[in-house]
Write a protein that binds this ligand. Structure first.
Ligand code: IPE
Ligand code: MG
Length: 233
């Protein structure tokens, strides 16, 4: 979700105002995803590198997240949207962490729609956490040997139980992944748009899905194989 700061600066407003406007887009996209039949939507809200920002902006982001939860909690419950997170919440202020955990708990039995918020998330630290959990399981004898395949290892990632992304959308004209789902996104289709996150509309969402629908996903196979796989027998 990139471009909040530039959106605000272009209006002579504070960066925090841009982040607040960005939360409106969040709800727009959550609803658009549900309407489009997308079960899992992951939003990169705060990266493990965002701690490098000025303290005033970080605390504004926490306040905006708290307000967002306060205002939208009931909507998640009413619309039966499960909230999950990836990333290390333990570094967040306790009241932010508690609010997030409360909504996660409240919505944990919903299965139709899931919104995953990446908070203090980055792929590199996620891999370190996975290795630490794995080592602990080996040391405790819960696991006889290190997993021999990806399915075995990926259980230790924050995304356990969350399928790999099919499509990754990056807004604001940046062409990079910035440590987002680097392993899970190995075969994701990538969509880049110049639109700043606060301006990302339902129309932009539809354009991203339209792009996705034109892609041939081969997962290492040849185009001819894919065509014959999809030919009805
Ligand atoms: C939002 O956009 C990303 C967050 C960390 C919430 P930015 O704050 O990166 O906006 P730009 O890149 O400065 O425009
Ligand atoms: Mg940015």
């Amino acid at each position: 979700m990139d471009g909040n700061g530039r959106w605000a600066e272009a209006r002579g407003e504070s960066r925090a105002a841009g982040h607040r406007a960005g939360t409106e887009t969040v709800m727009r996209v959550v609803q658009a995803a549900a309407k489009s039949g997308v079960t899992f939507l992951t939003l990169y809200a705060f990266s493990s590198e965002n701690w490098n920002r000025p303290e005033s902006e970080i605390s504004a982001l926490f306040e905006i997240l708290l307000t967002f939860i306060g205002e939208r909690e009931s909507e998640f419950v009413e619309k039966k949207i499960r909230l999950r997170t990836i990333g290390d919440l333990s570094d967040f202020p306790p009241r932010v962490r508690e609010a997030v955990e409360r909504v996660k708990k409240e919505t944990e039995n919903f299965t139709e729609h899931c919104v995953v918020v990446a908070l203090n998330y980055g792929s590199r630290l996620e891999v370190l956490r996975a290795v630490q959990r794995l080592s602990a399981d080996l040391a405790a004898g819960k696991l006889a040997s290190a997993p021999a395949d990806w399915a075995g290892f990926s259980k230790y990632l924050d995304t356990d139980g969350i399928p790999d992304p099919d499509l990754i959308i990056r807004t604001s004209g940046e062409y990079r992944l910035s440590n987002f789902l680097m392993l899970q996104g190995a075969y994701a289709e990538l969509y880049f748009t110049d639109v700043l996150w606060p301006d990302f509309s339902e129309k932009e969402w539809a354009a991203a899905l339209e792009f996705y629908s034109t892609r041939e996903r081969r997962f290492g196979k040849t185009s001819a194989q894919i065509r014959s796989d999809s030919t009805p027998t």
